[in-house]
Write a protein that binds this ligand. Structure first.
Ligand SMILES: Cc1cc2nc3c(=O)[nH]c(=O)nc-3n(C[C@H](O)[C@H](O)[C@H](O)COP(=O)(O)O)c2cc1C
Length: 259
């Protein structure tokens, strides 16, 4: 499917992680649209998203700390599933999953990437996966319990690293599209807000690298980087810059070459 760049780009700045839901079930046309995007947004092989139209009663786990409150009263959730034999599975899952999350945001739904604190065995009672597949992450969808935290109402501020900390090399200062694209990537969500993405700026390209090979919280940093990749591309697209992704080996994740 063609990326709805304008809508998803706007959704970048409306999304935040929401953990307390009202239990209210989204209307049929909303869930149908989510299912369509789950089915059709698949630019990379080996990953897929499924909408689970059942409450995630025994799925989310809690933990103490700033980033890991237990998700409660979500009417539905989305599962992000990867083929463990597929190359680039984590980065692809982040990229594709964030597309579904930004679509949900566009539809007024709250979300929250959850990579560590959920029970895989409970999800597997609600969906079928193949032997070679793994549930890499899930996200509740629904409406925030607090009106003030609903999409469009919330004034939550992102706590993120400065761009200067994230740029590891800069070959060229020519491309006007580069700074805004990096700005959109910078505000991406990541597990425990660790922001593992690093950027190398080329003549007509941006390379996204990962700060470490370690997983941490049971989530690959490459998955976080995949989320940042989509943000970067959305900004480029709204500025009329088209390109394509070339996956690379660690510590690099992928390079966006403009066409
Ligand atoms: C891949 C991934 C996994 C995450 N896992 C969890 C999790 O297990 N539990 C949780 O409460 N939040 C989780 N988060 C949410 C992050 O804590 C959150 O995105 C980050 O703190 C930034 O806040 P924001 O999403 O509101 O911008 C995860 C986020 C990402 C991207």
């Amino acid at each position: 499917m063609e990326i709805p760049a304008g809508l998803w780009y706007n959704a970048i700045f409306l999304r935040h992680s929401q953990r307390k839901y009202s239990g209210e079930v989204p209307e049929e046309h909303v869930t149908t649209r989510i299912e369509k995007v789950c089915a059709e947004f698949s630019p990379f092989p080996g990953v897929r998203s499924i909408l689970v139209r059942e409450p995630a009663n025994d799925v989310f786990k809690g933990a103490v700390g700033q980033y890991f409150f237990k998700v409660t009263e979500a009417p539905y959730y989305i599962a992000f599933i990867g083929d463990t034999n597929a190359p680039n599975v984590h980065a692809s899952a982040g990229y594709i999953g964030e597309g579904v999350i930004l679509e949900a945001t566009t539809l007024g739904l709250n979300t929250c990437w959850v990579g560590g604190f959920f029970k895989r065995e409970s999800v597997m009672k609600q969906i079928d996966i193949k032997d070679n597949e793994q549930i890499l992450a899930i996200s509740p969808i629904g409406y925030s319990k607090e009106e003030a935290d609903r999409v469009g109402n919330s004034a939550k501020k992102y706590r993120r690293k400065d761009l200067a900390e994230l740029i590891i090399s800069q070959e060229s200062k020519k491309g006007k599209w580069i700074s805004p694209a990096l700005e959109a990537a910078r505000v991406a969500p990541s597990a425990a807000n660790r922001q593992p993405w690093r950027f190398q700026i080329g003549e007509d390209s941006i390379t996204v690298s990962s700060s470490s090979k370690r997983e941490g919280f049971g989530v690959s940093r490459r998955l976080d980087c995949g989320i940042a990749m989509l943000h970067l591309e959305l900004d480029a697209l709204v500025n009329g810059i088209k390109g394509s992704w070339e996956f690379l080996k660690y510590p690099q994740v992928a390079k966006y070459n403009i066409t």
